[in-house]
Design a protein around this ligand. Structure first.
Ligand SMILES: [Zn+2]
Length: 106
């Protein structure tokens, strides 16, 4: 399911973001469908593929896949934050974000 104009983006900790993929079947966008850029839509679809790959190969089970995704996502962020000492660099270099960027121009 894709949700546009999600109220979730009013929350303090994600208000600077414009899209988030919470599971293999749930993508939230801050803006309306007309305003979501194709690169962002492809990026979020990339995250969906990541969940699907985790679910079907590495850790079968949708809930396990979601947990593994977010545990490794947060760990990767914290690792990068220690390395770069900069939020934006830490975020951009999260392994899942780097891989999702490869989907942006597909
Ligand atoms: Zn992303």
């Amino acid at each position: 399911m894709i949700v546009y104009e999600s109220k979730l983006f009013k929350l303090q900790f994600i208000r600077n973001y414009i899209g988030i993929t919470l599971s293999e079947n749930l993508i939230l966008f801050r803006d309306s469908k007309e305003k979501v850029h194709e690169h962002l839509a492809n990026h979020e679809k990339g995250h969906e593929v990541q969940y699907a790959v985790l679910d079907t190969t590495l850790v079968p089970g949708k809930l396990d896949a979601i947990m593994i995704f977010w545990i490794t996502y947060i760990f990767s962020y914290l690792w990068n934050l220690a390395k770069y000492k900069n939020h934006w660099m830490a975020y951009k270099n999260i392994i899942w974000e780097r891989l999702a960027r490869e989907f942006e121009d597909v």
